[in-house]
Design a protein around this ligand. Structure first.
Ligand code: ZN
Length: 229
């Protein structure tokens, strides 16, 4: 959903939150993979930090010490009106209390996945939104929507991290969005090395000192095996 669409109408917010509410149960089941774990181990070999475009919190869950969540975190919620930040699990609990008809119908989770989800559309109109505890304002998951910019202080922290490092290593991103690509261009302009590991082309390939066309987990694991213990 576009940011403008989300903020533009309460109906769009109902649609978004209803789907998000029903999908939330599936999110908790994701676990860090070998790639996440390899990045944690690479800290012993000089990796300074991770800038991630993922919103799933799995780098922190794997144990990465320094993570900047460029596009936010799905586990957090912000108020569009006063900026208050709260826990997604707490909002989920409030949504369950506000929408008992959905909580008692777990089969709707599957209905929602059907392409002909007309019944679900009607339900969206009934969906009761949770408002900000402090100001009664509009809540939004703390993730950057399409058409929304990354908060400037966060972008600045990323540039600082890139400046601190010697090499910018891109892992598993096609860099299709400018929010990530700009750091590659920045590093390239400073005439510092850019290494890209990705299966297939990326928008950053022209700026890469080294490009490895391969899977992230396999490549990182293989790099680790070659590192001195
Ligand atoms: Zn508020």
């Amino acid at each position: 959903m576009l940011f403008s669409e989300f903020v533009g109408s309460r109906a769009a917010q109902q649609r978004y939150w209803a789907r998000s509410y029903l999908g939330w149960r599936r999110i908790g089941t994701a676990a860090p993979n070998a790639g996440h774990q390899a990045l944690v181990k690479l800290e012993r070999h000089g990796l300074l930090g991770v800038i991630t475009q993922n919103v799933d919190g799995l780098h922190a869950a794997a144990g990465s010490a320094r993570v900047i969540n460029l596009h936010g975190e799905i586990a957090a919620v912000i108020c569009l009106d006063c900026g208050d930040r709260s826990d997604r699990a707490e909002v989920q609990h409030r949504l369950a209390l506000l929408n008992p008809h959905l909580s008692e119908a777990p089969q709707l989770e599957h209905a929602e996945l059907r392409p002909d989800g007309d019944a679900m559309v009607e339900r969206w109109d009934d969906f009761v939104l949770a408002d900000c505890r402090l100001c009664g304002g509009r809540l939004k998951p703390d993730v950057v929507f399409f058409g929304e910019s990354v908060p400037k202080p966060r972008v600045q922290r990323c540039y600082s991290l890139v400046d601190e490092a010697e090499i910018l290593l891109v892992v598993g991103s096609s860099l299709t969005v400018m929010s990530g690509l700009r750091f590659v261009r920045y590093q390239w302009k400073q005439q510092r090395p850019v290494v890209i590991i990705n299966r297939g082309q990326t928008r950053g390939d022209d700026f890469a000192t080294i490009k490895i066309d391969g899977g992230c987990s396999e490549t990182l694991t293989s790099i680790l095996q070659r590192c001195q213990p």
